[in-house]
Design a binder for this molecule. Structure first.
Ligand code: PGA
Length: 216
């Protein structure tokens, strides 16, 4: 079964730390069907891509966000065109963006549509089954805000309920995110019907991340 394991580094890591991580993770065995994706800060994406290509690594890249605008006079923005040769995926509507940067469901819809147009796969973050999922989106990450960074992951049975409701309503594949760690990843994978994980804190240290992989 196809599974995604996304390392969401958030606003962390120097280039040197990123290379050290990549070097470590490129040496581990991946279970069949598992795709590892690094959601890296913008300036790290191009050098990581260079390293991945040079060493023919089986690791994909994602952007953590994208502009809702196409190219133009939008100082500070990063557009789809700027990253489309570098990333295959992009997170959209992470709860930290909704809370800290006022991102709305409409912004999420605009971003998703531009990404799809540019052949980048949006992974839309939702807080539960009531968050709208824009048309054409194939991957969703269920991340209850109370579970993010709290050490208190959602109950496997509840994750299972939300996953089946989202599956039924939107025909998307659903990742789970929120305090995933080496102690809970296997039981959530086995008991909830998720198609992978979005991991923040436990993705930063390469040894800890490798330990997540070894449990899948
Ligand atoms: P966490 O973050 O694993 O640190 O809870 C998950 C996320 O925000 O994507």
């Amino acid at each position: 079964m196809e599974m995604l394991l996304v390392a969401n580094w958030k606003a962390n890591k120097t280039l040197e730390q990123a290379f050290t991580w990549l070097d470590y993770i490129s040496g581990i065995n991946l279970p069949e069907g598992l795709t590892i994706i690094i959601a890296a800060p913008y300036p790290l994406i191009a050098p990581l891509k260079g390293e991945i290509m040079a060493n023919q690594l089986n690791i994909k890249l994602a952007s953590q966000d994208i502009s809702k605008f196409e190219n133009g006079a939008y100082t500070g923005e990063v557009t789809c065109e700027a990253v489309l040769d570098l990333v295959k995926y992009c997170l959209v509507g992470h709860s930290e963006r909704r809370t800290n940067f006022g991102e709305t469901d409409q912004d999420v819809a605009q971003k998703s549509s531009l990404l799809i147009k540019n052949n980048i796969v949006p992974i839309v973050c939702v807080q539960d089954q009531t968050t709208p999922v824009p048309q054409g989106v194939r991957w969703v990450a269920y991340e209850p805000p109370s579970a993010i960074g709290s050490g208190e992951a959602d109950e496997t049975s509840h994750i299972g309920q939300v996953v089946s409701q989202i599956n039924a309503a939107t025909q998307t594949k659903v990742l789970y995110g929120g305090s995933v760690d080496e102690g809970n990843i296997k039981s959530i994978a086995d008991g909830s019907g998720v198609s992978g994980f979005l991991v923040g804190g436990a993705s930063l240290n390469p040894e800890e991340f490798a330990s997540l992989v070894s449990r899948l």
